[in-house]
Design a protein around this ligand. Structure first.
Ligand code: NAI
Length: 689
């Protein structure tokens, strides 16, 4: 028997345990083991078989690293045929999760039981394809096409208790799952179970119009993405085609989508989000320092959000503010935020009370900091203020405690120089709103120790963030790259675009929000202050800000806003743009969408390459993961460096060189890295491989 599937016997009931922990992906050996195990059970006269997982879960689905490689038999279909043709009943016993191919395996069984708290789902849509082993045909036959569409198009798992109500799972079993499932199967011997593939009761009366209405609602949220449409088409086939033809349709959709650019992008990010946690050079013995209590300095926009993230994840946290008034304001903002979540039904009153109890505040700086195991500073963005705070932290915090700064631009080394423990100083750059955004750019100072970096990484993970380690420079990775887009926005406006033209192209590409609308949300005064500090000018943006148009907070910026905050084009802005262009003698022309997209993305790619040359980011994937998780970049586009690879780096180099000259923007001159990769016919993805 295979090492990957264990076989046990309890009288008439045989047990096959998937043993490729922790997540039991359906690699070749597991498929072969199941196939052989079912044959052995049949030969041994078993009346029932229980399939169960070992390790963390039942099964996480297909082994994605086997995609695109020659298929090894047996296929999942052959395994499912063996289950459906078994001369007794096969019961899947689910603990942890049954996802993707894992749930499809369970759906092929005669029945399913689950441990309390287990989850089932078909997340394939999030990897850019459709479930490919019958999930889109069997699930609708069990629970109806409309409910199946909700699960398959969203890709979100549902808890076992809901799965029982819907009819995906037959029973929840308390206590030891294997013993309970064996007993359940024993009791079920002799009863009739209709396989999902043979059920017609849930699909025969399906009203096509009702199905389309549900699907239209679900697809509204997946702009530009192909796999949700494919999922809808596959589920539709469950009630318009016979089972085998539906399976064929599903197989075609799977094959087309899995070979497409979007699925490659989504898998690039899926694996990338795991890869970024492996920090090159980090010694295995580098251990995170234990953190029982977090102290956050500053209870403003960011401090409050960071503190909420800690409390949301069970970590006791204290906010330190300069006055009782500022403190109460900061705490009240956190409470109000949670109360809104309670009102929306996404947080229970009891969990709210727990979170509230974990969040405290104080104006006693030294007395509070002394009790901290980790300090995150989020005071005003001003070097003198930061240094003063860090000198005070250094004196007040116990020796060995890590001091982190949430600065978005300032040098971690200079901040660290205000302390006697620069090895314990690190940047932890959260993104706004900090309780929501998943990205955490951890910034490594030149003296930060591995233990300090491990602490920032582990603590970030613990409070639900995705930490990406970057080097110390102005703007770090994300803001430094987006900053390079600004001059091209100015130039596009002068040469022929209006704000909505640029935002429309970027939103059409899939960005949550175009750059000008984002500017209005963040506040145009912030960019103006940065330009002033750096001695740079942006004639159009400066003229907009000069009229007091700071964005949404003043009711108008690049756009004007109605009372519902809908953005509308504003003739006043158009006039500013035309006036400045005339004054600067720029002849306006029609600019194509392709040119707009290129001039928005290429400056970022070039800066990304520079960031790689400088070692500020370890790998291109770190950059892509940063943009997907912190900058509203659509995952199905794979991030800026992935985009550059899809364009071909020769094309990227040529276009950069052309725009550098045409727009007189030295930043666009192709970097040495792009020149080298273009000359070699290389890609970012291929670097270091
Ligand atoms: P904010 O102005 O909302 O909050 C700063 C808070 O710090 C104020 O409540 C102030 O009373 C308090 N404070 C000042 N000095 C203090 C001291 N010595 N001790 C205790 N509290 C003190 O500012 P915001 O937006 O929260 O920014 C904080 C930091 O986070 C800055 O370094 C900023 O660059 C960074 N950041 C901001 C982002 C944003 O989108 N707002 C995004 C990422 C980082």
């Amino acid at each position: 028997m295979s090492d990957f599937v264990q076989h046990a016997q309890h009288g008439d009931v045989h047990v096959l345990r998937l043993a490729n922990p922790p997540v039991n992906t359906l690699r070749t050996e597991i498929r072969a083991g199941l196939h052989a195990g079912l044959a052995a059970a049949k030969a041994g006269g078993a009346k029932a078989v229980v399939l169960i997982g070992t390790g963390r879960m039942f099964c996480a689905g297909a082994e994605m690293t086997e995609f695109g490689k020659p298929r090894q038999p047996p296929s999942l279909t052959e395994v499912f045929d063996a289950i459906e043709g078994f001369p007794g009943i096969v019961v899947a016993a689910i603990h942890g999760s049954a996802l993707g191919g894992g749930l499809e395996l369970a759906l092929a069984c005669h029945a399913r039981v689950a441990a309390p708290g287990a989850q089932v789902g078909l997340p394939e849509v999030k990897r850019g394809f459709v479930p490919g082993a019958g999930g889109t045909q069997r699930l609708p036959r069990l629970i109806g096409p409309e409910e199946a569409a909700k699960i398959i198009i969203s890709g979100d798992p549902i808890p076992a208790e809901k799965a029982v109500k819907l009819g995906v799972v037959d029973a929840v079993i308390e206590g030891d799952l294997e013993a309970g499932a064996v007993a359940w199967a024993k009791a079920a011997i002799g009863k009739t179970f209709t396989l999902a593939r043979n059920r017609t009761d849930k699909i025969s009366g399906q009203d096509p119009a009702a199905f389309e209405a549900v699907v239209a609602g679900l697809l509204k949220r997946t702009r530009g993405q192909e796999s949700p449409k494919g999922c809808a088409e596959a589920v539709r086939a469950s009630f318009t085609l016979p089972f085998e033809e539906g399976l064929a349709k599903e197989r075609d959709l799977f094959a087309t989508l899995v070979a497409g650019e979007q699925s490659k992008a989504l898998r690039h990010i899926f694996f990338g989000e795991r890869e970024v946690l492996r920090i090159p050079g980090m010694p295995a013995e580098a251990k995170s320092l234990p953190v029982e209590r977090l102290v956050v300095i500053g209870g403003g926009t960011m401090g409050g959000g960071i503190a909420m993230s800690a409390a949301n994840n069970g970590v006791p946290v204290t906010i330190v503010e300069t006055s009782e008034e500022a403190l109460q304001k900061g705490l009240a903002r956190c409470h109000a935020n949670w109360e809104r979540t309670v009102a929306s039904g996404r947080l229970s009153q009891a969990d709210y009370e727990k979170r509230k109890a974990l969040l405290t505040g104080s104006t006693d700086f030294e007395g509070t900091v002394e009790k901290a195991d980790l300090v995150i500073e989020a005071v005003f963005e001003n070097m003198a203020v930061k240094k003063e705070v860090f000198a005070r932290l250094d004196k007040a915090a116990r020796p060995g405690v890590v001091l982190a700064s949430n600065t978005s631009t300032l040098s971690i080394d200079e901040i660290a120089s205000a302390t006697s423990r620069p090895e314990l100083v690190v940047g932890m750059h959260f993104f706004s709103p900090a309780n929501v955004m998943r990205l955490l750019e951890n910034v490594r100072g030149s003296k930060s120790s591995w233990a300090t970096i491990a602490t920032a990484t582990e603590f970030g993970k613990r409070i639900g963030k995705l930490p990406v380690l970057v080097g110390n420079c102005d703007g770090f990775v994300g803001n430094r790259m987006t900053g390079k887009r600004g001059p091209q926005v100015e130039k596009l406006l002068l040469e022929g675009c209006l704000p909505a033209d640029i935002d429309k192209v970027m939103e059409g590409y899939g960005m949550a929000m175009g750059p000008l609308a984002t500017g209005d949300l963040a506040g145009l005064d912030i960019g103006a202050a940065v330009r002033k500090a750096r001695g740079t000018v942006a004639p159009v943006a400066d003229a907009v800000v000069a009229l007091g148009r700071f964005g949404q907070k003043t009711g108008k910026g690049w756009y004007m806003y109605d009372e519902k905050r809908n953005r509308l084009p504003d003739p006043e802005v158009e006039k500013i743009i035309l006036d400045v262009a005339e004054k600067m003698q720029v002849r306006r022309r029609k600019i194509s969408d392709e040119e707009i997209l290129d001039r928005m993305l290429l400056p970022m790619v070039n800066e990304g390459a520079r960031i790689l040359e400088e070692g500020i980011a370890y790998r291109p994937i770190d950059i892509d993961v940063i943009f997907i998780n912190g900058f509203g970049w659509p995952a199905f586009r794979g991030g800026p460096m992935f985009w550059a690879d899809t364009q071909g780096l020769k094309t990227v180099r040529d276009k950069l060189a052309r725009y550098a000259e045409a727009t007189n923007d030295a930043n666009l001159k192709p970097t040495a890295l792009i020149e080298k990769l273009a000359a070699e016919g290389g890609t970012f993805a291929g670097m270091g491989r």
